[in-house]
Design a protein around this ligand. Structure first.
Ligand code: GDP
Ligand code: IMO
Ligand code: MG
Length: 420
């Protein structure tokens, strides 16, 4: 029996898709447990690039089971399109969808725009926040409701009536037609209905029969609704806590917690980012690392590695090991900086402040290490890395107190140093 959580340790886009696709070769079941189409996970399979938003990154192996678990929010039209894309490339992926996952509906995207959170937080505009809000408010529509048209109609009528009283002057809300909504949903859902099932049972059977299970996190720990840089976060649990609740797996079964850490830091959208570089070094990371959002195409903000934030997230996620990605992007940096502490109100602090305002006021204190000139793209053995690159890995490992098990030196699965 072995279950592994693959979790982003920064503000997302650490390379979780690549790592999950790679480890999925040896797995039986791959599970997405949080978030929705705000995620953009890049996977390269036999030279072809995919950007998965909803389906797990194990979907390119037709013999593997892929699960969209209850902690997710799902746009069924997008899901169908993703399934079609994979089917055209290889064969139809084996997919199961939790009846308890929540549906993203057209009004969620409208609300995100008119309420202002899209602009204030800089969200992906996929309706994520309003859908999770309905879930917490207990007025959400769940995937399982698609199987019960009468109940679906009743819940949607109540919801749309309520929205019309709240937003009487917004034309997009006023014109919501519940009958049309139900008809469209049923049409889109028809091919997916056989895939909707009770996921805790499926996971339990997998665990008890000794299957290898991967839980693929979306976003990253710094975007977590509880532990992240609130309010500049997403609306789900992106950490190991989310795996247990959203992925319906018992904690004792989760014997590996693999963090994915980019060798530098990126962030898309608004919010504090102490180690951000707005100079030509940041631009260089952005260009060399191809740092454009996989979901929205926005430019990702770039900066140095932040060991203060990482130390906290390694602890909160109880990491057993980590994968260091995009090390190749740092080739050509003569000196590399890492933040080891912050200065706040004139005092040195070694913890990650909970408030976004405090974090914004933090000045990072840097340690500078030697960089390396050599390009290392595609290197597969540790000993083939320049000494300075190995020292950089050692420094991170020593600070975080957990071992590195993979070093990623390029976007392709084979461009990886396997250490464990
Ligand atoms: P995810 O959301 O965590 O799955 O990450 P994204 O797919 O959004 O962003 C990671 C980007 O970096 C993608 O374009 C990947 O193809 C690419 N990538 C992943 N690992 C590496 C690596 O080690 N080196 C380089 N150069 N690119 C990588
Ligand atoms: P993956 O899984 C990077 C960010 C958005 C915004 C904030 C809230 O590819 O790592 P939301 O639409 O979730 O309400 O937006 O979170 N964000 C991500 N940033 N990678 C992601 O996913 C993200 N998903 C959401 O940019 O700042
Ligand atoms: Mg991404």
């Amino acid at each position: 029996m072995s279950a592994t959580a693959i979790l982003g340790m920064q503000w997302g886009d650490e390379g979780k898709g690549k790592i999950t696709h790679l480890l999925a070769r040896e797995a039986d079941i791959i599970v997405r447990f949080n978030g929705g189409p705000n995620a953009g996970h890049t996977v390269i399979d036999r030279g072809k690039e995919f950007k998965f938003h909803l389906i797990p990154s194990g979907a390119l192996y037709p013999e593997k089971t892929n699960i969209l678990a209850g902690g997710m929010v799902i746009d069924i039209d997008l899901l169908q399109r993703e399934i079609d894309t994979v089917t055209e490339h290889s064969s139809r992926p084996q997919i199961y969808i939790a009846d308890t996952a929540h549906l993203i509906l057209p009004y969620h995207r409208i609300l995100e725009q008119i309420e202002g959170s899209a602009a204030q937080i800089g969200t992906t505009k996929r309706g994520i926040g309003p859908t999770y809000r309905d879930k917490i408010d207990r007025t959400g529509i769940r995937v399982g409701d698609l199987k019960r048209p009468t109940i679906l109609q009743k819940k949607l009528a109540a919801k749309t009536d309520y929205l019309k009283t709240m937003w009487p002057v917004v034309e997009e809300i006023r014109s919501l037609d519940v009958n049309l909504l139900v008809t469209q949903l049923q049409e889109s859902a028809a091919p997916l209905l056989p895939l909707i099932t009770n996921i805790p049972t499926l996971i339990r059977k997998g665990v008890t029969s000794g299957k290898e299970i991967l839980f693929e996190g979306a976003q990253g720990a710094l975007l977590d609704i509880d532990c992240g840089t609130y309010p500049y976060v997403t609306s789900s649990s992106t950490t190991v806590a989310g795996v247990i609740a959203g992925g319906t797996v018992p904690p004792s079964a989760l014997d590996r917690r693999l963090g994915v850490i980019k060798a530098y830091t990126t962030r898309v959208g608004n919010g504090p980012f102490p180690t951000e570089l707005t100079d030509h070094w940041g631009k260089r990371m952005q260009t060399k690392g191809g740092e454009f959002g996989a979901t929205t195409g926005r430019i990702r903000r770039c900066g140095w590695l932040d060991l203060v934030a990482l130390t906290q997230m390694v602890y909160l996620n109880d990491l057993s090991d980590f994968a260091l990605t995009k090390l190749d992007v740092l080739s050509g940096f003569e000196k590399i900086k890492v933040a080891y502490a912050y200065r706040l109100d004139g005092e040195e602090i070694d913890y990650f402040p909970a408030s976004a305002e405090e974090l914004a006021a933090c000045e990072p204190l840097y340690k500078e290490v030697d960089g390396w000139e050599e390009e290392i793209t595609g290197v597969k053995r540790l000993r083939e890395l320049p000494a300075a690159a190995r020292r950089y890995i050692d420094m991170i490992t020593e600070t975080l107190g957990v071992p590195a098990s993979l070093i990623s030196t390029g976007p392709r699965p084979e461009e990886t140093i396997m250490l464990r």
